[in-house]
Design a protein around this ligand. Structure first.
Ligand SMILES: *Cc1c(COP(=O)(O)O)cnc(C)c1O
Length: 391
């Protein structure tokens, strides 16, 4: 596996030696089952009847009028659990089952991936342990409760900043001594090989469906495809459908927080430098001594100091472009979009919408932009209320 898992100079698997056989085991399992007719039939059936695929592509007419060009929304917010995360949890959970693993572990920040994994643990009757920073446990109480309702154990992690990156460190550490019966269900298109490849694969239906829907619904490919980028799984999912279509501009949008001139943001690709984090060489937010910086932005799901290696590669090769928008711009579009469409977007997904608003007046009316609406914003209503109290 030495040369695999490389995206140019990015990727790889910089992990303790004890984990290499476990990663190779997952890679072998994935290669064995990804094309297996029984596996793909079961995944397809669950994707439809459990998760809710395919999701619609919706022409947001009133929002389009606002920005002055045509905006189509890929409705991942309609999936079970309220976000794209179920695609990956379902795929990897089924892979774990086919590989004969009895237990699942996962990391979580805001609790969205933890919840998706807990749902799948319940679905397959597998013992599930979720690692979560103690700060996040305290501030994401509702998700902790939901995970427990699904029967998962939530392990509160104290160490470092007691947030997502520390939860990943602890989950990897735990895995080193439980590799025999435990599958690490990684939450985004990052981390060591083979996770970036596997997560991309299970998120790729977003892009495959969106491309076919564009041709069906308006008879051509879109001009722009955009998505928010935390670790990069929903973005690589939709990008993967259009990578070979050179005329389609791919845009990833990161959390600019309080502004790129402050330290309170999570714009890894826009402002970071190359380093190694969680087993992969990629862009990271680090200080002069290589210490990982504390990140902060309004949407917990984007609050991560690293990014999937394929995005690092797409940035350097110029195939995709990455920008950041601020919390204020995100709050503005959250309100605007909800009022014009009656759809409450996740704060994460609102980053991509906010970038579109910045293009207002710069694009011809016939321009078509497809946005991946990665999740619904019900979870964010009280956060928005804190920033923008309603009269
Ligand atoms: C977790 C999450 C994200 C960020 O994760 P990616 O791996 O970058 O997709 C984005 N949107 C929503 C709704 C999320 O829950």
């Amino acid at each position: 596996m030495k040369l695999r898992g490389r995206y140019g100079r990015f990727g790889g698997f910089y992990v303790p030696e004890v984990l290499i056989p476990a990663l190779e085991d997952i890679e072998a399992g994935f290669e064995r089952f990804r094309g297996d007719p029984k596996f793909t039939a079961e995944l397809d059936d669950l994707s439809r009847h459990y998760a809710g695929r395919p999701t619609p592509l919706y022409h947001a007419k009133r929002f389009s009028e606002h920005v002055g060009f045509q905006v189509y929304i890929k409705r991942e917010d309609l999936l079970h659990g309220g976000a794209h995360k179920v695609n990956n949890a379902l795929g990897q959970g089924l892979l774990a089952k086919y590989m004969g693993k009895k237990k699942l572990i996962a990391e979580t920040g805001a609790g969205q991936h933890g919840l998706a994994t807990a749902m799948i643990g319940a679905l397959f009757g597998m013992e599930t342990k979720i690692f979560m920073g103690s700060v996040d446990v305290a501030r994401q109480n509702v998700n902790v409760h939901k995970m427990k309702l699904c029967g998962a154990e939530v392990v509160s992690v104290s160490g470092g900043t007691c947030t997502l990156k520390d939860a990943i460190n602890d989950a990897l550490r735990y895995w080193t001594s439980h590799v025999d019966d435990t599958f690490y269900l990684f939450g985004t298109a990052g981390g060591p090989h083979p996770f970036p490849m596997i997560v991309r694969h299970f998120q790729s239906p977003i892009g495959t469906e969106a491309r076919a829907q564009c041709i069906m619904q308006f008879g051509r490919l879109p001009d722009i495809v955009t998505a928010c980028v935390g670790g990069g799984s929903n973005a690589i999912g939709i990008f993967s459908g259009f990578l070979d279509d050179a005329a389609v501009k791919l845009v990833g949008v990161e959390g600019g927080g309080k502004g790129l001139n402050t330290r309170e943001h999570c714009a890894t690709l826009t402002t970071g430098s190359v380093g190694v984090l969680h087993g992969a060489q990629t862009y990271v937010l680090q200080d002069e001594t290589g210490q990982i910086r504390k990140t902060e932005c309004i949407s917990a799901g984007l609050d991560y100091p690293g990014v999937g290696p394929e995005h690092a590669y797409l940035k350097d090769s110029g195939r995709a472009a990455y920008y950041a928008v601020t919390d204020e711009q995100v709050l503005d579009v959250f309100e605007r979009f909800t009022r014009s469409e009656g759809i409450i977007p996740a704060l994460e997904s609102s980053h991509a919408l906010a970038w579109l608003v910045q293009q207002k007046g710069k694009l011809p009316k016939e321009t078509v932009a497809v946005v991946n609406l990665s999740g619904r914003g019900d979870k964010d209503v009280s956060i928005v209320e804190q920033h923008r109290p309603m009269r």
